[in-house]
Design a protein around this ligand. Structure first.
Ligand code: MTE
Length: 322
């Protein structure tokens, strides 16, 4: 495979959303969802920002058929404080970031701990595409075709022991490569966490790409988390460490403003943020100008994934544990 830098990819080579979706539907009708079964390791040559990931299993039973957010909007309207605090900063400032080589540190209550080369670590796993809704706590939302690996597969490979009740995630801590870390807007590195049963849920994904291509830096290259029934801040980018813990780990936004951002962060239209309503959202979707003409839609409990995940929380008061 020929590796091309992002700058070499012409805008015309990015498959338009309508064509992309039409192709998916056709494959589905033909029963040809899984295109090849090559694992991630054999795609190492394609690890550069924006290159095509050809061997991706699709479709998934979890896919939404709602209109996709354009590639342009997904990759230019971002939250990524390591590269600045405004929505346009990450796309403008993260271009020079080098997501390879990348070490992933596995630690804590598990058999297989240590420092792994990311590509070796992911090599045994088949990439899958999942079209998920993503709801930001700031009341905007997107529909994105993510490419990744079910988190459960990776956790199983780490062999956590019976003391492992939570999974903590750590972002990269490097002030040279991430200039936003020179400012104390958050306690760096970015941290997130899940209960182990949430992490093992089939919806939870470790993501390496979107729209069939490797993740652009601004979206969290080389590895990020997506948990579609939770607010977007749970989706930690540039993951450098995964730790299995006995106790609930500290998470960045919860530590910064505990009254505003809870550990669970399940999308819940009935629990408002102290400064704004969570009952509806601005959906960035459709072809062209999605951001300008974003319509408002009602926010659904668990972001529309209640059938799949509500049973995880039957014993929990979701108003107290927001
Ligand atoms: N991960 C890191 N490391 N740093 C961040 O600032 N922002 C979070 C999350 N992951 C953030 C992060 C927030 S608030 C959101 S809404 C999503 O990333 C945004 O993901 P996107 O830019 O791909 O839409």
């Amino acid at each position: 495979m020929i590796i091309r830098a992002k700058a070499d990819i012409r805008a015309s080579e990015i498959t338009p959303e309508s064509v992309y979706l039409g192709r998916r539907k056709l494959l589905k009708q033909l029963g040809l969802g899984a295109i090849g079964l090559t694992a991630f390791g054999q795609q190492q040559a394609s690890s550069q920002d924006g290159s095509v990931l050809p061997e991706v299993k699709r479709p998934s039973p979890f896919d939404t058929d709602e209109a996709l957010t354009t590639y342009e909007d997904v990759t230019t309207y971002n939250n990524y404080y390591e590269f600045g605090t405004s929505k346009s900063d990450p796309a403008e400032n993260a271009g020079a970031f080098e997501p390879r080589p990348w070490k992933l540190q596995i630690s804590g209550q598990a058999e297989n701990t240590g420092s792994f080369d990311l590509d070796d670590f992911l090599a045994p796993h088949q990439l899958e595409e999942r079209i998920y809704r993503m709801r930001c706590v700031e009341a905007w939302s997107m529909v994105v075709p993510w490419v990744g690996i079910p988190l459960a597969r990776v956790i199983e490979a780490c062999q956590p022991n019976s003391n492992a009740k939570y999974v903590a995630f750590y972002g990269l801590h490097d002030r040279q490569r991430m200039p936003g870390q020179r400012f104390a807007v958050l306690n760096w590195p970015y941290r997130e966490g899940l209960r182990i049963d949430e992490a093992m849920h089939p919806l939870s994904m470790l993501v390496v790409g979107l729209y069939g291509r490797t993740l652009p830096n601004q979206n969290g290259a080389p590895l990020r988390l997506i948990v579609p029934w939770k607010y977007g801040f749970k989706g930690i980018k540039a993951i450098a460490g995964i730790e299995f813990t006995e106790r609930q780990p500290s998470t960045s936004w919860n530590a910064a403003a505990p009254g505003e951002y809870g550990f669970y962060a399940n999308v819940n239209p009935a629990v408002d943020h102290p400064r704004w309503s969570q009952s509806s959202e601005r959906r960035l979707a459709g072809s062209g100008f999605g951001r300008l003409f974003a319509g408002r839609v009602d926010t659904l409990p668990f972001n529309g994934y209640a059938d799949q995940v509500a049973s995880l929380y039957t014993d929990l008061d979701l108003v107290k544990n927001f």
